[in-house]
Write a protein that binds this ligand. Sequence first.
Ligand code: 5GP
Length: 181
Amino acid sequence: MHNEIERILISEEEIQNKCSEIGGELSREYENSFPLAICVLKGAMPFMSDLVKRMDIHLEMDFMDVSSYAGMRSTGEVKIEKDLDTQVEGRDLLIIEDIIDSGRTLNYLVDLFKYRKANSIKIVTLLDKPAGRYAQIKADTVGFEVPDEFVVGYGLDYNEKYRNLPYIGVLKPEIYSGKND
Ligand code: 5GP
């Protein structure tokens, strides 16, 4: 798999250190709360998993699946594939995302959770790609800023592959053009 990666942008060690740093901050912030950590599937799964293990407080976890991407392109339309099992009314929400690109997904989720009367909403994203922004949305916590490139690994896929890489990288161009199929 490694030989399909052109270069590594963020190493496994950098990601793990960042999870410890953010986990520590969130633990202090939510010390007296019982937040609901919401994993935006599928991409945020590895980040959520590592992050909550570094949070030394009581929290609840739930999972939501929304889609706006097919292949390498955002379709512009956000669709709920799987809703939460938990009521969010009156809860302190921690939305855990893999990457904010256009911002459409998070914009949609924040509006939805406001409508459902959450007490507070905080956005934690591992990656931020500000160049791709379309919707007016800003994360409260950002792990790393990335350039305007399509990245894979640590939850992020290209046609469902590469999610299990422990780092964030860029694929070789021939992988996208299908020459390797
Ligand atoms: P947004 O709604 O902010 O445009 O996009 C959010 C979702 O699009 C992310 O959760 C992620 O699944 C996908 N996405 C955005 N940029 C990238 C990228 O560079 N690589 C991959 N693999 N997915 C991306």
